[in-house]
Design a binder for this molecule. Sequence first.
Ligand SMILES: NC(=O)c1ccc[n+]([C@@H]2O[C@H](COP(=O)([O-])OP(=O)(O)OC[C@H]3O[C@@H](n4cnc5c(N)ncnc54)[C@H](O)[C@@H]3O)[C@@H](O)[C@H]2O)c1
Length: 249
Amino acid sequence: MEQRVVLITGAGRGVGRCMAETFARAGDALIIADIVLARAEETAAMVAGSGAGAIAVQVDVGAGPAVAKMVAEGIARFGRLDVLINAAGSYGKAFRATHETPDEEWDSVLDSNLKGSFLCAKYVIPHMMRNKGGRIINFASNAGRSSSPLLGATYTSAKTGIIGLTRHLAVEYAPYNILVNTIAPGPLRSDRVSDLIDERMMADLATRIPLGRLGEFQDVADVVFFMASDSARYMTGAILDVNGGFVLA
Ligand SMILES: NC(=O)c1ccc[n+]([C@@H]2O[C@H](COP(=O)([O-])OP(=O)(O)OC[C@H]3O[C@@H](n4cnc5c(N)ncnc54)[C@H](O)[C@@H]3O)[C@@H](O)[C@H]2O)c1
């Protein structure tokens, strides 16, 4: 496979970091973006020995000027952009009722997930149009396929919105050979989930997943890798559930 330039947001930890390692192993060049620069730099250091080069960039994906700057830095370093993976996103407090949710939580969850996916697409698409093609892979969640009692209305709404954004972009940019798809992971064994629920709740959750366990980062990264590959050349506007059968949408 030809070497690609891959921009991954939220690549400072978790799934984003695992995807950076996966694409680097395949020989790709990486723009590793995160709101926490130290995390992005740590990921860049981890992949330094493989791939075709990596830069770490600090960005708040919910802020247009910062996103424009991130894309400009990537283009300045690598000259092109083939794949955008929108994995960044925050979340609110666990099990919070909608009527008790602060307005600010709505703004931060929607901005970092939905607006961030929109802004990154907005600034990357002109470069993909110039290249006569590209791939955009968004991150929804089982929450966007159903609803999330754990992360509430903010997260459910943000992830459902990302599915709508994916469908719209897929149709709008198909004539430019820009393929836009969404992965919808289920609960993963991750810092994020262990920040939110304790070991006992996690074990209980696993019993409710037909495949009997939470997902691993690599379970998700491998599917994203496929979505960015030539094998997925006829797929656009799709939502791929990677959740062990937890939510059948
Ligand atoms: N972990 C799970 O169980 C799970 C399940 C379903 C979907 N997802 C989705 O997968 C993606 C990755 O999940 P994860 O578990 O690796 O998350 P994570 O919380 O471990 O990592 C997310 C990264 O995004 C960064 N980030 C947050 N807000 C940002 C912003 N505004 N701008 C730039 N970077 C920002 C954080 O600093 C962090 O490094 C997310 O979109 C998440 O919603 C995760």
